[in-house]
Design a protein around this ligand. Structure first.
Ligand SMILES: [Zn+2]
Length: 481
């Protein structure tokens, strides 16, 4: 049975190869030319990525980073529409006309509290308190580089259609793309491409967790904590009561649910009964319906806490992202292109850097040279969330991870900040950038690929009617204040 199945699969692949072989020769030449041209601009993109790394601007405050990417695109002939979807740092850059329309997503926000220089040991940066611990300086620059590479082919008439770069701010908790989807910015786009920094090279074939985040605010009555405690009503008590209830609730939620919180305000002095306290919650699950229902229960815990402590409660939904809808047609194509590009090779100095960094890991890690390989298509465990999920429910979407970090590095760590500010990060960024450009070349030259991707998308989405999990709120432009 196994043997028969195998031969059917190889036959199918065989026919596919014959049909595509003519196309492949022409596109292979374009890809070769494109990779060489991109590599010749390595220094320029390195400079941009490291400048954004140094800006380390937080969500919705990425003024300098967004301006740098916009200017780079303008200098290369793109028309830029800035401040889209009610977000000053969101933009859409367009080159070309007609179909197909291929979109590439770019991110550029940093994370608070992860200050680190680019050395392989934990050393806070002298310049800022935030850091690019998710590598979005590379994400933004690499996507822009891919867009410019495609533009060159459009300009010379080697490709026909439109390329769009979507400048997507505040991925880290701000759900920037959700507002862009809500605004309909992806409505006339055929396919969206994206990538993410990582410590390996892998086409994304696993979904992500849907999430909702919210800030719960409690208002009490201040009084002297020793002199007149009976007159006070503690907002901090309410936060603690809420947290306690939610922590007990963990036993009674589906296995895959993730709930986390930080107390963002808990009073100023122990001898004053706090009249204000705030707690910032995230709830996640692979299924958006579970996220919505668990969030309703968290709200009840907040209401109960307010009732029991005689405080008042209000809440603000800050973000909400869909799970990622995988498109296997596009995954298969991107895999071919990632393999064509190949992984990252380190110099002796970079190997020494990686060794030093790996000595700081407490968990087990892959060998240093694993970044030189490309992983086969697989279902990897993905426990994060991304607002790319919302784009994936608007149009067929595909992405990859590229090794911009030393093997063993996890996202949101000081090690991720450090590698992302070195040549190790830039090399990985170029792997992603070339893979995006190659995939775009296939999409521009093979209408059948887009057709198949769309058919799969329609079937996978089924009768689901998209509704943003953050509702109809305006962008939370000050969520990082
Ligand atoms: Zn990220």
């Amino acid at each position: 049975m196994k043997l028969i199945l195998t031969s059917i699969v190889s036959l199918t692949i065989g026919f596919g190869c014959i049909a595509q072989s003519k196309n492949n020769k022409a596109t292979d030449a374009l890809k070769k030319e494109t990779a060489a041209s991109m590599q010749s601009n390595y220094g320029e993109y390195k400079k941009i990525a490291l400048t954004i790394w140094d800006y380390a601007e937080l969500g919705f405050k990425e003024e300098k980073s967004a301006a740098l990417l916009q200017n780079t695109l303008k200098d290369n002939g793109f028309t830029v529409e800035a401040g889209v979807a009610g977000i000053p740092t969101a933009f859409v850059a367009t080159y070309g006309s007609g179909s197909p329309v291929i979109g590439i997503l770019a991110e550029y926000d940093a994370l608070p509290g992860l200050s680190q220089d680019n050395s392989p040991t934990k050393t806070a940066s002298a310049n800022h308190t935030s850091g690019h611990a998710c590598g979005h300086n590379l994400f933004g620059t690499g996507s822009v580089a891919a867009g410019i590479a495609v533009k060159k082919l459009l300009k010379t008439g080697k490709l026909k259609g439109t390329i769009k770069i979507f400048g997507c701010p505040a991925e880290e908790g701000g759900s920037g793309k959700v507002y862009m989807v809500r605004e309909g910015l992806f409505d006339n786009v055929d396919v969206a491409l994206h990538w993410h920094p990582s410590d390996d090279n892998l086409v994304t074939n696993s979904s992500s967790l849907a999430n909702i985040s919210a800030k719960f605010r409690f208002h009490g009555i201040a009084s002297h904590a020793a002199g007149s405690p009976e007159k006070g009503r503690s907002a901090l008590d309410a936060v603690e009561a809420m947290d306690h209830m939610v922590n007990m609730m963990r036993e009674h939620v589906p296995q895959e649910t993730r709930i986390h919180y930080v107390i963002t305000s808990g009073g100023k002095a122990p001898n004053v009964v706090p009249d204000f306290a705030e707690v910032y919650y995230y709830v996640r699950n692979p299924a958006k319906t579970e996220v919505v229902s668990t969030f309703e229960r968290i709200k009840k815990a907040a209401e109960g806490a307010a009732l029991g402590t005689e405080t008042k409660m209000d809440f603000e939904i800050i973000g909400g992202a869909h799970d990622l809808l995988i498109n296997k047609t596009l995954v298969a194509n991107m895999q071919i292109n990632l393999e064509k590009v190949g992984g990252v090779t380190y110099t002796d100095d970079e190997v020494a850097y990686a060794k030093k960094m790996q000595a700081t890991f407490t968990d087990k890690y892959a060998p240093i040279n694993s970044v030189a390989t490309v992983k086969p298509i697989s279902i990897a465990k993905t426990l994060g969330s991304t607002d790319v999920g919302d784009v994936s429910y608007a149009i067929p979407t595909v992405g990859l991870r590229a090794a911009t970090w030393v093997a063993g590095t996890s996202a949101h760590s000081w090690q991720a900040v450090a590698s992302g500010g070195t040549e190790i990060g830039i090399k990985g960024m170029m792997v992603a950038s070339k893979t995006l450009a190659f995939t775009a070349i296939d999409l521009f030259t093979n209408p059948d690929l887009i057709k198949k991707a769309k058919e799969e998308f329609i079937e996978a989405k089924g009768d689901y009617q998209y509704k943003a999990l953050l509702g109809d709120r305006e962008p939370a432009l000050n969520y990082r204040d």
